[in-house]
Design a protein around this ligand. Structure first.
Ligand code: TA6
Length: 275
């Protein structure tokens, strides 16, 4: 990758008419058409490798949010290796990307690892599987997330439904961040929201009241344990009115891997609101 050059991407197409676009840079899925666009790419996104792609499904690894290393870690900033492309496989076109340590990552985070990310399209959903293996001879821990930007008709007219009520809610809008129990069943974005719902996973629905068919179901099947909701309310440059970040996260309790161990996560993104 040379700075300033346009990035390459891979296109997956399902015979049913859906498609997805995946960039090896950051292993970022930038589009999922089913056939309407489910994801959102911010108008200020850069596609030249100068910064992470702001939109679609960026990775956060090995750190979520601010901390010892760069915000959200380095995985979204590096070119992943394309291990396999079965873009025309009729049942499930997919791409497999891999990221392993380099001198550059070892200087930031001194652990040997392998991340394997499989993105596949089937008839009714987009499947994302991230596996993290400790290839080192010592244990280490990490946080991870799929920082997904979903397209919504109007941020004021959508809500997120899931097992929020009664969960521990880390509110990053408070300085310092506060922790309270959430009292609402569904969460709305009526101001800037940056919330980590600890232990909220499983099925989460982003419901679009303007166009119910634009709603989306996030089905966390393995690995992901927390849900982060984010919208920079009022930031026109980011196109805040038309997206909501509903993120599949493993952060409240970092994952600990012994030498040779693998952590597995799976999430499906399903157009429409499941009950
Ligand atoms: O996941 C929420 C969050 O960490 C927010 O705090 C906000 O900073 C957002 O992600 C975007 O982060 P970025 O580094 O992509 O600008």
């Amino acid at each position: 990758l040379r700075m300033g050059e346009p990035l390459k991407s891979i296109e997956l197409k399902h015979p049913s008419g859906s498609s997805a676009t995946v960039y090896p840079f950051g292993a970022t899925v930038t589009s999922y058409k089913a056939p309407h666009e489910v994801l959102f790419v911010r108008p200020d996104a850069k596609f030249d490798g100068s910064k992470p792609i702001s939109g679609g499904i960026p990775h956060c690894f090995p750190q979520f949010g601010p901390g010892k290393i760069q915000q959200h870690g380095f995985a979204r900033n590096l070119v992943w290796n394309v291990k396999d492309v079965s873009a025309d496989e009729p049942d499930m076109p997919s791409v497999t990307l891999e990221l392993t340590e380099t001198e550059e990552t070892m200087a930031m985070w001194p652990n040997k690892f392998k991340c394997t990310y499989v993105v596949g399209l089937d008839e009714e959903k987009l499947n994302c599987e991230l596996r993290v293996t400790n290839t080192d001879s010592k244990p280490w821990d990490f946080q991870a997330a799929l920082h997904t930007y979903f397209a919504v008709s109007n941020i004021d007219k959508c809500e997120v439904r899931g097992a929020f009520k009664g969960s521990e809610h880390l509110n990053r809008m408070d300085k310092p961040p506060s922790k309270t129990k959430e009292s609402r069943e569904a969460i709305r974005f009526d101001k800037e929201v940056d919330s980590c719902y600890e232990g909220v996973s499983g099925q989460v629905v982003l419901f679009d009241e303007v166009k119910p068919e634009q709603s989306v179901t996030i089905r966390n099947l393995a690995g992901w344990e927390d849900t982060v909701l984010w919208n920079p309310y009022g930031n026109e440059g980011m196109g805040y009115k038309n997206f909501a970040c509903v993120e599949s996260v493993k952060a409240a309790k970092p994952a600990v891997l012994a030498a040779g161990e693998t952590w597995i996560s799976r999430v499906s993104i399903i157009p429409g609101a499941a009950k």
